[in-house]
Design a binder for this molecule. Structure first.
Ligand SMILES: Nc1nc2c(ncn2[C@@H]2O[C@H](COP(=O)(O)OP(=O)(O)OP(=O)(O)O)[C@@H](O)[C@H]2O)c(=O)[nH]1
Ligand SMILES: [Mg+2]
Length: 303
């Protein structure tokens, strides 16, 4: 059993919202460490990622979810279904809205479906650093008219404004109960999975247009060497030879830059010297392959 203070609280808080609302940025800010990847592009997060934080007597287990949008591809459907399942399994639901975008079609669609979810919900207006105060107040009012929220927070996940207030409110609000993880644990995902995500983040940063959406990364080998170094082998799956060429880049320059950026960050997190080997494989229709979904931690939708 985990050693915890008396009268503890513990709860799951799912963060849901449209793609790019800042869910992953907020989760990292709440945990105080990078446990989930972030990018400027939409649809970065693909599966449920848990980040764990302790605040006073409470342990908060935050669940990062894929952005919710109108899905088309099988992978998109799997991501959106997963996001809603994350919400249904949580004790509390934080609904993020990009305050700069306001109540666009995507945000409206999410607010409409919230009535199907029983759990208490809070409204989190994010990216307040980009928006005037009056706009925020009007947005808070409109959103509260459309769905039942217990509380409204206005934050900047990126700059950290309002994040501490949100965290202490959540700590008081989660139900009494024993902690589920050791006090110092920040993630429940194995490092090899985070390492694959970090490489995927570098793909999102460096590849343009649709290519990141046609690729996925898996860690195949994670081996501790004698000196304490770690040897990691990862496969980047793409769908076509032409995509493989782009990922490799001229004279292998793109893959080298991706590998270097990923290696540096993985080494920092693993606190060890890392030797990272990346392989790019063409796997036509990996988006239709149940095995790839299992590796990502997603259910394979039947259609
Ligand atoms: N200016 C500003 N940018 C932010 C803020 N929060 C997040 N961002 C940026 O918004 C972009 C998307 O952030 P993510 O955290 O990846 O968003 P997400 O909701 O997890 O996106 P998906 O995983 O695609 O659903 C990134 O470029 C972030 O740096 C904020 O408070 N202010
Ligand atoms: Mg995300």
């Amino acid at each position: 059993m985990v050693e915890t203070p008396a009268d503890t609280r513990c709860g799951f808080v799912a963060l849901i919202g449209a793609p790019n609302a800042g869910k992953s940025t907020l989760l990292n800010a709440l945990v105080g460490s990078k446990v989930t990847i972030v990018s400027r592009k939409v649809q970065t997060t693909r599966a449920l990622i848990r980040g764990i934080a302790v605040e006073g007597d409470a342990q908060l287990i935050f669940v990062d979810t894929p952005g919710i949008f109108s899905p088309r591809r099988r992978l998109d459907r799997a991501m959106v279904t997963t996001a809603w399942s994350g919400a249904h399994e949580a004790d509390l639901i934080g609904v993020l809205i990009d305050a700069r975008k306001g109540l666009d079609e995507e945000a409206e669609a999410i607010l409409e479906r919230l009535s199907e979810v029983e759990q208490p919900k809070l409204l989190i207006l994010n990216k307040v650093d980009l928006v005037a105060k009056e706009t925020l107040l009007a947005l808070a009012k409109t959103a509260n008219d459309k769905a039942a929220f217990e509380a409204t927070f206005m934050i900047s996940a990126l700059k950290g404004d309002g994040v501490a207030d949100l965290k202490s409110w959540l700590a008081k609000r989660v139900p009494p109960g024993p902690w589920l993880y050791p006090a110092d644990q920040m993630s429940d995902a194995p490092l090899r999975q985070l390492a694959a995500e970090i490489t995927r983040e570098k793909l999102f940063e460096r590849l343009h247009q649709e290519l990141p959406y046609h690729s996925t990364v898996e860690t195949e080998v994670w081996k501790e060497l004698r000196k304490g170094d770690i040897r990691i082998e990862q496969t980047i799956y793409v769908e076509r030879e032409s995509q493989r060429k782009i990922v490799l880049g001229k004279g292998g320059q793109t893959i080298k830059a991706i590998g270097e950026a990923a290696r540096r960050e993985i080494a920092e997190i693993a606190d060890a010297k890392v030797h990272l080997f990346l392989f790019v494989k063409v796997r036509e229709g990996w988006g239709e392959d149940p095995e790839r979904y299992r590796a990502m931690g997603l259910e394979f939708p039947k259609e």
